[in-house]
Design a protein around this ligand. Structure first.
Ligand SMILES: Cc1cc2nc3c(=O)[nH]c(=O)nc-3n(C[C@H](O)[C@H](O)[C@H](O)COP(=O)(O)OP(=O)(O)OC[C@H]3O[C@@H](n4cnc5c(N)ncnc54)[C@H](O)[C@@H]3O)c2cc1C
Length: 412
């Protein structure tokens, strides 16, 4: 792999030559996909450039500096693409990954269930073999983007006689089929990012099994690792929009998205230094910046954001502790809480106003959304358990014997 300066120079030149705000979103994403800049950390055989996270950051910076639109948002790019690149066959990689990068497909993550969240391996959704297909029954919940997804990363139990971590398989699942009922769950933000998904005799072909049968727990753990890595990665924010046939953004003018889109995924504000600067500007205008307690809060958030940035850099270094992504994920929860408190302190009562745009609306959204990051991708408590066990070598939590067949375990 080339050094970071070369990657940055090449990416900058490429963006200058190729970005055109008059392209449609679909044309721009296809151009990004053809170049490998759409998802540069994927290996070349999966449509990427095989860059590490430092290289990826350089590419994102080049896209931001060139005023261009970023690649598609969402969980396909973040989770499904690297998982399939790591565990899929070449035929699956060719068939499934390109439509994620060029925005044709939108993916959701069908992992959590009403009785399987932190203890995900307790999942009870079943996939029973029927010839070349599997018949799927069960319920998933908290499915972010489920309403706009045409594909799902499904983990389902394929053998109840095996121990709970063993009899699970990871599938690329068609959401647009009879027997799949997606019902939005409205959050306190007023939006419905997540959904519950009822699956009733739906089908998935064995060609869509990613990794071997009964090996889904290993595959899912990599998906979760990619999730922690991206959630704590402190990425360069890019303007973009949702992919897929339901969101229906492919025909829109790319230049319009750059002007209108928020910097966070799906419009959720990111607790980063861009927001910090906007808050400083606001407090300067209102004179509140002179308040010593508020200044203290500003400094504390700045420190937190900087330490988070450095931790993310440390995570990109070879030989970093395997629990660095867990530490980054924990820190991201703190950042959300810190930004929420700072935003509310700066805006005061204005932070409670319902407004469609402006800093007030952003801070209000942040306040309402801030409990989420401490829960999704593994709660803060679960991150601490992992850091304790895998990082510090503490004793594992007590639990049932790992060899007991799933159908003999007590369940809710
Ligand atoms: C905004 C948002 C988006 C999400 N998107 C998705 C998605 O797209 N797809 C998906 O599959 N899921 C998604 N989730 C679900 C998320 O992964 C789960 O909510 C999470 O894993 C926790 O599971 P649970 O809600 O069942 O809580 P539980 O597991 O029931 O936990 C309840 C409480 O007990 C604590 N706890 C549980 N076990 C332990 C333990 N062993 N040690 C210490 N404390 C423990 C937890 O930390 C928590 O505080 C999303 C959640 C949120 C908030």
């Amino acid at each position: 792999m080339a050094d970071t300066d070369t990657i940055a120079a090449e990416a900058n030149a490429w963006v200058t030559d190729n970005w055109d705000p008059d392209l449609s979103v679909g044309e721009w994403w296809a151009t990004l996909a053809d170049s490998g800049y759409g998802h540069p950390t994927l290996p070349e055989n999966a449509g990427g450039r095989g860059y590490n996270r430092t290289g990826n950051r350089a590419v994102r910076q080049a896209i931001a500096d060139g005023g261009a639109m970023g690649p598609p948002t969402g969980l396909g790019m973040m989770l499904a693409a690297p998982t399939i690149a790591a565990h899929g066959t070449q035929a699956q990689i060719d068939r499934l990954i390109r439509p994620m990068i060029d925005g044709t497909d939108a993916w959701c993550q069908l992992f959590s269930e009403p009785n399987a969240g932190s203890d995900l391996a307790s999942l009870q959704t079943s996939a029973i073999r029927d010839g070349d297909e599997f018949v799927v029954n069960g319920q998933k919940v908290w499915t972010s983007g489920g309403k706009i997804a045409n594909k799902g990363m499904l983990i389902a139990r394929t053998d109840v006689e095996l121990p709970k971590h063993v009899g699970i398989t990871w599938f690329a699942f068609d959401m647009d089929q009879p027997g799949v009922d997606v019902r939005p769950l409205t959050e306190m933000t007023g939006r419905a990012i997540f959904n519950e998904v009822f699956i009733d005799d739906a089908r998935v072909h064995s060609d869509d099994m990613i990794g071997d049968a009964q090996n889904g727990w290993r595959v899912a753990n990599d998906t979760l690792l990619f999730e922690r890595m991206s959630l704590g990665a402190n990425p360069v924010p890019l303007k973009s929009c949702s992919p897929g046939p339901v969101a229906n953004n492919l025909e829109r003018r790319a230049g319009d998205i750059v002007v209108s889109a928020g910097s966070g995924e799906s419009g959720v504000p990111s607790p980063n230094l861009v927001l910090w600067e906007r808050l400083v500007e606001y407090a300067t205008k209102t004179g509140r910046i002179e308040d010593p307690i508020l200044r203290d809060q500003f400094v504390r958030f700045y420190e937190l954001a900087e330490v988070n940035r450095m931790l993310a850099m440390r995570g990109r270094v070879k030989g970093a502790s395997p629990v660095t992504p867990n530490l980054s994920k924990l820190m991201m929860s703190d950042l959300y809480r810190g930004a929420r408190e700072l935003g509310a302190a700066v805006l005061g009562m204005d932070a409670t106003l319902h407004d469609d745009e402006g800093l007030e609306a952003l801070v209000q959204e942040l306040i309402m959304f801030s409990p989420g990051p401490a829960i999704y991708g593994g709660t803060d408590q679960i991150q601490r358990n992992i850091i304790g066990e895998r990082g510090l070598g503490l004793l594992k939590e007590p639990g049932p014997d790992k060899t007991t067949p799933f159908n003999e375990l007590p369940k809710n």
